[in-house]
Ligand binder design. Structure first.
Ligand SMILES: [Zn+2]
Length: 198
């Protein structure tokens, strides 16, 4: 393969990544061209490693390397509380606050009629199964404070409350329309501590 052709393949692949425009793709490609082989291999290995070894936790759908994620396996966590989030990156955001010590459940998205995503497309059935099988006292709904997140929260509250389980929602103070992952640790930590009943 010609040098131009192999460079073009790299540019095409980099350009597909979120947040990487043609200019950035070019900068990264030329950086890698000039980097030593060992550095380039570390990047390639890191990409392959997450693809080969990281999958979804069989209990909560967070990222895991074993059958269950590190949080589900940690017996020192408060196992009477489940915090429901949209995506695994929200688990990371909440863990960073250090304000929460319970378990999680990752829905794999949020209810969005426009995108034809309803409860059946999310891990709601698995959540309800956990509520039947595990000794859960409180479900904290921590979907993003935007329209889809609120729709999902009220759907879950309606479904879970009849089971006799307390349902709470993160306190306001989070920027409306914002994403949990971008909230600073202090704000998000306070929102967890001041959660309100739904
Ligand atoms: Zn898990």
């Amino acid at each position: 393969m010609s040098a131009d052709r192999s460079l073009q393949i790299l540019l095409d692949e980099l350009g597909r990544l979120p947040g990487i425009g043609p200019k950035s793709a070019q900068r990264i490609a030329y950086y890698l061209l000039e980097a030593d082989a060992e550095e380039a291999r570390r990047l390639a290995d890191a990409i392959l490693m997450v693809k080969n070894e990281v999958h979804f936790c069989s209990r909560c759908f967070n990222y895991a390397t074993g059958d269950e994620c590190a949080i589900c396996e940690d017996m020192s966590r408060d196992r009477n509380r489940i915090c429901v989030v949209g995506e695994p990156r929200d688990v990371t955001a909440i863990e960073r606050t250090g304000s929460y010590h319970g378990l999680y459940h990752v829905l794999g998205g949020v209810i969005s009629p426009m995108d034809k995503i309803g409860p059946d497309q999310l891990h709601v059935r698995e959540l309800l199964a956990r509520l039947g099988a595990e000794d859960i006292e409180e479900v904290i709904i921590a979907t993003n404070p935007n329209i889809e997140g609120e729709t999902t929260a009220s759907y879950l509250a309606r479904t879970i409350k009849p089971l006799g389980i307390t349902v709470t929602r993160l306190a306001s103070g989070l920027p409306v329309g914002g994403d949990l992952e971008y909230a600073d640790e202090l704000t998000l930590g306070r929102a967890i501590e001041a959660r309100r009943a739904l």
